[in-house]
Design a protein around this ligand. Structure first.
Ligand SMILES: Cc1cc2nc3c(=O)[nH]c(=O)nc-3n(C[C@H](O)[C@H](O)[C@H](O)COP(=O)(O)OP(=O)(O)OC[C@H]3O[C@@H](n4cnc5c(N)ncnc54)[C@H](O)[C@@H]3O)c2cc1C
Length: 451
């Protein structure tokens, strides 16, 4: 059997190589460290955790990332096995001893007879590689980033990431908010609006100005793009900058106050095909996460908002996957190249490893002349895959953590607002359905390229 090349031995590449090998397919893993490093890695080890040592919540009943852990364990993930083996106490979270964890991943890969490791930078995947997985992460080396930009069109790779928070639609209070596109363009549910009085606007601007900021190290000294300023920087430029900018109230009529224009309006734009997530328009921010939650919840309609993602600014190389990748993560323009990990626009250690797991399995299935089978979109791993390969809107695509907001609505009776169960019960229903559907997928022989 011919080998598959995996470029990048981080969370995604290590998992992809493992999945290939356990399916009986030889994998050649190319990792540039320690020959060449990145601005964030400090060791030469495979699967190094560049920042926190946490894989986040391990609650598979009520948390989407906890459910993803469980699914990955059932799919024989090396990253989860090593994480479990090197777990350190962290309440309900899965946190790991970082050195023990990455040493365990590296040892398992080196011990596998079908895996070979080459310590080298790949600046451009050679044309005679008929199957390769690019898993080079948010800090992809500049030479390879340039090559990928050429393959995909120079505008398809983002380098500095200014992201706005995303809110779960179901956590918005519609006794204050209303659906409407500016000047009634577009469909009825494209935008959600939050009206502010002058007093509310003034208090919001004051809170932004006083909010504590987080400036990542590699951002220091980099000028802001004028078209994408953090909201607190806009507020600094003048008290009315926001009211004349992203919070302008024109073309919108509050149905509860039709005769009077709001002083300002915060808008949220639909962010996924399911309509479960809404992105806060123009609200990219570098406020500390706790501050974001506190300040954004002062907006009318967001008092109990749950956030699928918070804002931030950091270097991040990622593809516009919904536009560029097919549903098995192959580059449409060059199907011999598959992408995995954070470079596909998922966010986080666990999500990156999960997409690596799928890329490895899809590539293995192809090598065995089988048609890769997609995980059900009702599972955490399937919902994440569906989001990055098409569910998300390409025009506004930004890196995404796994969240129940990516799942189709859970089964059950809906209330007067069209909503099914709420809160913890709703989460439990997602998890129960995911378990059944994943089991069916595995038992049907679809999940595994080989046993
Ligand atoms: C500064 C920073 C802090 C972060 N903090 C967190 C956090 O606390 N929690 C969290 O969940 N996520 C965090 N992330 C996101 C994190 O990077 C990803 O979650 C995860 O590491 C991505 O996995 P990956 O396999 O896609 O990339 P990586 O784990 O980065 O692996 C990519 C690998 O590819 C190698 N490589 C790059 N270019 C080449 C090349 N041309 N040839 C060969 N090898 C190459 C790199 O050396 C690296 O080993 C952070 C990211 C950054 C940049």
């Amino acid at each position: 059997m011919r080998e598959v090349h995996v470029i990048g031995g981080g969370l995604a590449g290590s998992e992809a190589a493992w999945q290939l090998a356990r399916s009986g397919i030889p994998a050649v893993l190319h990792e540039m460290r320690p020959v060449r490093s990145t601005p964030a890695h400090v060791t030469g080890r495979l699967a190094e955790l560049v920042c926190s040592n946490s894989f986040r919540s391990d609650d598979a009943e009520h948390n989407a990332v906890g459910l993803l852990h469980e699914e990955m364990r059932r799919l024989d993930s090396l990253i989860l096995a090593a994480g479990d083996a090197h777990r350190v106490p962290a309440g309900g979270a899965l946190a790991v001893d970082r050195e023990g964890f990455s040493t365990a991943v590296e040892s398992a890969l080196l011990a596998h007879p079908l895996i070979s490791l080459r310590r080298e930078e790949i600046a451009s995947p050679p044309a005679d590689w008929d199957s390769a997985i690019v898993a080079t992460g948010p800090l992809t080396s500049p030479a390879l980033a340039e090559c990928v930009a050429t393959l995909t069109g120079a505008k398809s790779l983002a380098f500095f990431d200014a992201i706005a928070p995303i809110v779960l639609r179901d956590s918005i209070d519609f006794s204050r908010a209303w659906y409407q596109s500016r000047y009634d363009k577009g469909t009825g549910t494209d935008y959600i609006n939050l009206p502010l009085t002058r007093a509310e606007y003034d208090a919001f601007v004051d809170a932004l100005l006083a909010g504590e900021r987080h400036l990542p190290k590699d951002w220091e000294g980099t000028p802001f793009f004028e078209g994408c300023l953090p909201i607190e920087v806009m507020a600094e430029r003048g008290r009315l900058t926001l009211a004349h900018g992203p919070m302008k109230p024109v073309g919108l009529t509050d149905p509860r106050n039709p005769g009077r224009r709001s002083y300002a309006v915060a808008q949220l734009r639909q962010d996924n095909a399911l309509g479960t997530l809404y992105n806060m328009v123009g609200f990219q921010t570098m406020l500390k996460h706790g501050e974001q939650v506190r300040i954004l919840r002062t907006l009318p309609g967001l008092a109990e908002a749950e956030f699928a993602r918070l804002g931030g600014m950091h270097r991040n190389t990622f593809l516009n996957s919904p536009r560029l990748l097919d549903d098995t993560l192959r580059l449409k323009a060059r199907p011999g190249l598959r992408f995995a990990g954070q470079i596909t626009g998922c966010e986080g250690y666990v999500e990156s490893a999960a997409i690596g797991l799928l890329a490895g399995r899809f590539a293995a299935a192809e090598r065995m002349d089988r048609v890769p089978s997609l995980p059900p979109p009702t599972t955490a791993i399937g919902a994440l895959l569906a989001h990055i390969t098409g569910g998300a809107k390409a025009e506004t695509f930004q890196p995404m953590n796994v969240t129940f907001g990516l799942f189709p609505d859970p089964p059950g009776e809906s209330d007067a607002h069209g909503r099914t169960a709420r809160g913890r019960e709703r989460k439990r229903l997602y998890a129960v359905r995911a378990r059944v559907d994943l089991a069916r997928w595995i038992e049907g022989g679809h999940a595994l390229a080989a046993q």
